[in-house]
Design a protein around this ligand. Sequence first.
Ligand code: PLP
Ligand SMILES: N[C@@H](CCOP(=O)(O)O)C(=O)O
Length: 462
Amino acid sequence: MHYISTRGAAPLLTFEEAMLTGLARDGGLYVPEIIPQLSPAEIAAFEGQPYEEVAYRVMRPFVGDSFGDTEFREIIDRAYAGFGHAARAPLVQLDQGHFLLELFHGPTLAFKDFAMQLIGQMFQTALGRRGDRVTIVGATSGDTGSAAIEAFRGLDNVDVFILYPHGRISEVQRRQMTTPTESNVHALAMDGDFDDCQARLKDMFNDFDFRDGVGLAGVNSINWGRVLAQVVYFFTSAVALGAPHRKVSFTVPTGNFGDIFAGYIAKRMGLPIDRLVVATNQNDILHRCLSGQGYHKGATQPSISPSMDIQVSSNFERALFDAYDRDGKAVAQLMEELKAGGFEVSQGAMQVLQSHYSSGAVSEDETSATIKTLLDTTGELLCPHSAVGVKVAGDRRVAGTPMITLATAHPAKFPDAVAAATGVHPPLPPRMADLYDRPERVTRVPNDLGALMDHIKGHRLT
Ligand SMILES: Cc1ncc(COP(=O)(O)O)c(C=O)c1O
Ligand SMILES: N[C@@H](CCOP(=O)(O)O)C(=O)O
């Protein structure tokens, strides 16, 4: 199994190399050269299996020789042992034909734990074997950063620096990043928005002296391992509702397009998915693009679903790569145009995108109203991101095809927005009850590449 870059001009890598490399050296994102297939019989056999077993069978073909069979099983078992629900990703019925996939039972209460716990284990195994040390730099709008710090805190062979947009994440998200005491983790509050953080991260990858000098690695969904781990719960949830014998659809609260792209990979592997519905908040660049209006950046509007306040949706590049028939030069050209503000999608590529994805955007008022309505009608308390998904799913459902909406974070991560909508203050789980009392450790940093690289070079533990 080999991995190729979406811009077509970087070396082919194995799974382990792609995982440890992060961004391709031509600025693109790694994707598998071929998508492994699962037959209907193989998918049907997932029914009743533990989450870990399905994870093994779905991910094994992507991993190639990078890990042995037993080694990979043990990695998976360790990754999910700390989850607070036996099913790992339980399904809850909201309504006739509408289901919620709860992805917030991991250690930091967001879907990011599914992938981050796994790549934490894979990094440890691979780095231990190689005797290597890396510097992980991540960009976050709140959840990736906390999940990464949780997965890598205290490890000997990794330094972790997380850039988050100062003042633009929830207090719980911030405290999850600023209160760990381990000296290998560093929370950096950057001036700007998430797109600035992600742009500086990609700049660091494109500065080869810095990249090679510090052994830069990435744990954003730039990293193929992140996307791969998220493919699994599309299978477990669809099979629970009758796949492969019947089709299901998914609605995914979307920002950086990693989670919904994982659903697309599940579909390409053979899972009968009817529609993949992209749900955005008022930062609706993806919805506008999928409605045929081109991909044009605007100013990011802070919202009550801050983790999705994104304009430059990193993984959309992976979707474009397939929509443009895997033409790396065409994708590189689009990404150049994006630097100058945006691009139009060709008619052919648009047809491909629209054959897989639908979309909808939700206002702030609609998000709050959905949180309230769901609590009143079902007793389910949603986080604002999940509410965006539930609202769009309600508008896009088709009779006869079950709709699964991904609940991407626990409501307790966004208590202010939830309380404003419902009057209910969702409590943190007991293991985090003292989060507000723990001392914080954070460095304020400018949106300046040179200053950031100097800071990182000067604060590594090596
Ligand atoms: C809670 C939550 N929901 C949804 C998203 C959007 O997911 P993606 O970036 O994979 O589209 C994020 C951020 O990634 C998030 O943290
Ligand atoms: N919403 C994300 C943004 C980064 O996304 P990633 O999937 O590329 O890591 C966050 O919570 O940080």
